[in-house]
Design a binder for this molecule. Structure first.
Ligand code: SF4
Ligand code: SF4
Length: 306
């Protein structure tokens, strides 16, 4: 699936979101991410293209999908249940139509800017109080920057606020272009030590930190979000280094802590992928509060998100 400029590949549109920027928002989740964060809870966001998933708890082993598949991409194994040869799958959807229990689904669909805007516009009355609007998230939305710019431009024209939720790992000129149509930025800062950053996310942090300065210099309001993972980035050295860095982004930059959770495990199972965050634990409430206080003591406004 190769999207044209006026289309994007998304895997969800979430209505009435209250965790993705100010007010009540519609969040559009775009597929594809250049990072491989081991704690990622959106397994279906990682690959840029659509992919087939199975909710094995719903499967009754009827094998109707095996018979329906024109590509011979599905087999049944007595011990392991339904098996996919994903290389053969053309995402035709025949197995989904044949399945009597709705156990099968395709994560990802091509959608036009126009159709996305219409979905967002439908809930415009809810955005009015609290500065709500549309948020693009992912995955990494800057990978589909042309789609985001077109969507944000239309939202702006309609008086709908725009929010970019980004890892910051993107070409700086692409970021600048999107910022022109952005009212608010949610910006992930995962680790200040570049080697730790690389070992947990697959990429070094230089570009992310320099792009954070671009966002700060643009004047667009930003909230730095930290996925707080026990034993990974909650040590005092990293927290102090993060506080000092965020301080350099200006008076308006603030932090939101997002304590690690395991809610995404089931998504990995539907895609037959091992969960990479098995070793991680949620930081205890006292540790989250202690981290929050350290940020406040360094003069950075800090809240705890969900
Ligand atoms: S989507 Fe089509 S090709 Fe892919 S497994 Fe299902 S029936 Fe086969
Ligand atoms: S058709 Fe649905 S319920 Fe039947 S084996 Fe396939 S996935 Fe399972």
């Amino acid at each position: 699936m190769t999207p044209a400029e006026s289309t994007g590949v998304i895997f969800n549109i979430q209505k009435f979101s209250v965790h993705d920027g100010p007010g009540i928002r519609t969040t559009v989740f775009l597929k594809g991410c250049p990072l491989k964060c081991q704690w990622c809870s959106n397994a279906e966001s990682m690959n840029p293209g659509a992919e087939l998933g199975i909710l094995r708890s719903l499967c009754n082993s009827c094998e109707k999908c095996v018979d329906a598949c024109p590509e011979g991409a599905i087999t049944f194994d007595t011990g392991r249940g339904i098996q996919f040869d994903r290389g053969k799958c053309t995402l035709c959807g025949e197995c989904i139509n044949a399945c009597p229990t709705d156990a099968l689904t395709i994560y990802g669909r091509l959608i036009t800017v126009e159709d996305t805007f219409n979905e967002v516009y439908r809930d415009r009355s809810f955005y009015e109080s609290g500065g709500g609007g549309v948020t693009v998230s992912g995955g990494e939305p800057l990978r589909q920057a042309a789609f985001v710019v077109s969507l944000f431009r239309k939202c702006r024209e309609a008086g709908i606020g725009t929010c970019l939720d980004t890892s910051g790992y993107a070409d700086p000129d692409t970021l600048r272009e999107v910022l022109e149509f952005t009212d608010y930025v949610l910006y992930d800062i995962k680790h200040m030590d570049t080697y730790c950053h690389q070992s947990f996310t697959g990429v070094v942090n230089d570009l992310i930190l320099s792009n954070a300065r671009i966002v700060a210099a643009s004047g667009v309001q930003m909230l730095c979000r930290i996925p707080l993972v026990a034993g990974v980035n909650d040590n005092i050295e990293n927290i102090v280094a993060t506080a000092r860095f965020v301080k350099t982004l200006g008076d308006r930059a603030a932090i939101e802590l997002l304590p690690y959770h395991r809610l995404g495990v089931a998504k990995y199972q539907t895609l037959d992928r091992p969960y990479p965050g098995e070793a991680f634990t949620t930081p205890p409430t006292e540790q989250v509060e202690s981290v929050r206080r350290i940020f406040e003591e360094h003069g950075v406004s800090c809240s705890v998100g969900g």
